[in-house]
Design a protein around this ligand. Structure first.
Ligand SMILES: [Zn+2]
Length: 412
């Protein structure tokens, strides 16, 4: 497997750079760290010899093109990955490389023994007998989400450049910021990307293929109370906190993240602040089914209306904001990119693992911008945490899948 000699060193080089996105920032990209990293990505694309390398000032995305070397009749295809890492310490990331893992031992992450990766806690470790695992030192996340995807796409392009005998159509690649804070794809120029289909390479373990995500909205409930002295409160006080509790209690207790799984949607109260005078409850609403998603939003409107009708004046204000939609709605109309990915995996003896994501991907937005974009595995396990790790062999398989998709696309 010396096929992708640069994959490991490229990946290690990427993860050592702190590219954590910043949810409190108003700039795009959200952190200067990301801007710098994207600059180095553009330089690497130049050095490798890709064409048309651009940094979009609106989105921060770096895009490039690998020109076709076939007869020119193949539809352009795209691969995308995000360069930012999640909301967890990313300073001085010092990856450990565990060669030829035996599939059963505990892995000491830190020399002091404080952090250990144990198969008893993370049974997926058993799947990696004989593999080279890349782990953290326990103090940071690893950032395989999604530097694995970045490294895999880059390595696949390098492979094609070094093997001109392998024929392919035009391939567009894109590397973007701020996926982890949910805003990266908002400004992506999907039309300008110039492809019919694309893939994000941002999934988890071997075989993951995702084309169904949640529909997502945020709900902010603001309540204006009336604060008076408790001694003379009778018939006068309107306690914003109490009204907030009343609002929340009218939502079904069964429809909470901790009580749902699979295709079951939910209302998730994730922030609640306030005083008697004013209170605010912030929710996310999630459902795979579009109609049920719309019904959930209506349910919230109805509760607000009903409460307002019982109060001395309308005190409950509800603001609903759609965040992204289930990409399945788009892909159902043309399953070609999903079928290509499935066939690529089965051709490579990888069993496609398909299930509805209880979240979104950049593809949830990009698909609705006109470029159907399912998500492929990148290999990471235990993402967003100090227990994050990835197998080099799974990363190699991801490169195989990218290459196989470009090959199958020529025949599609
Ligand atoms: Zn990711």
């Amino acid at each position: 497997m010396a096929q992708y000699e640069t994959l490991l060193s490229r990946f290690i080089g990427y993860v050592k750079v702190n590219t954590r996105s910043d949810p409190d920032s108003t700039t795009i990209p959200s952190s200067p760290r990301e801007v710098n990293f994207l600059k180095s990505i553009a330089e690497e694309l130049t050095e490798l010899g890709l064409s048309d390398i651009k940094t979009d000032p609106n989105s921060g995305y770096v895009t490039a093109v690998l020109p076709a070397n076939d007869d020119g009749n193949t539809a352009p295809i795209g691969f995308l990955a995000h360069i930012d890492t999640a909301d967890f310490n990313a300073e001085n990331i010092t990856p450990n490389i565990v060669k030829n893992y035996d599939g059963k031992s505990d892995i000491n992450l830190s020399d002091d023994g404080q952090w250990t990766l144990k198969p008893s806690e993370f049974p997926a470790l058993h799947n990696y007998t004989g593999d080279t695992l890349i782990t953290t030192d326990g103090t940071t996340l690893l950032g395989a989400d999604d530097k694995a995807g970045v490294a895999e796409i880059m390595t696949a392009m390098e492979y094609l450049l070094n093997h001109p005998d392998v024929k392919h159509g035009e391939i567009h690649v894109g590397f973007g910021p701020d996926e982890e804070i949910g805003t990266g794809a908002d400004h992506f120029d999907a039309k300008g990307f110039g492809v019919k289909y694309a893939y994000t390479v941002d999934g988890g373990p071997l075989g993951e293929l995702e084309y169904e995500t949640f529909n997502a909205a945020q709900a902010v409930v603001t309540i204006q109370g009336k604060d008076v002295h408790t001694a003379t409160a009778k018939g006068v006080m309107q306690n914003a906190l109490q009204i907030g509790i009343d609002f929340h209690n009218q939502l079904p207790a069964s429809d909470r993240p901790e009580n749902t799984e699979g295709r079951e949607g939910f209302f998730h109260l994730y922030k609640m602040t306030g005083t008697v005078d004013q209170a605010q409850l912030t929710y996310i609403i999630r459902d795979h089914d579009r109609q049920k998603f719309e019904d959930r939003k209506q349910q919230m409107r109805d509760i607000a209306d009903k409460l307002n009708a019982t109060l001395d004046e309308p005190r409950v204000k509800l603001v609903l904001t759609d965040q992204y939609y289930n990409m399945r709605e788009v892909l159902e109309k043309d399953m070609t990119p999903v079928e290509l990915a499935k066939k690529a995996m089965t051709d490579l003896d990888i069993e496609p693992v398909i299930y509805p994501v209880r979240g979104g991907t950049d593809g949830s937005k990009i698909s609705f911008m006109g470029v159907p974009t399912p998500n492929l595995f990148a290999g990471g396990e235990n993402m967003h945490s100090r227990y994050e790790y990835v197998s080099l062999q799974t990363m190699e398989r991801a490169v195989d899948v990218i290459l196989r998709i470009t090959e199958l696309n020529r025949q599609a």
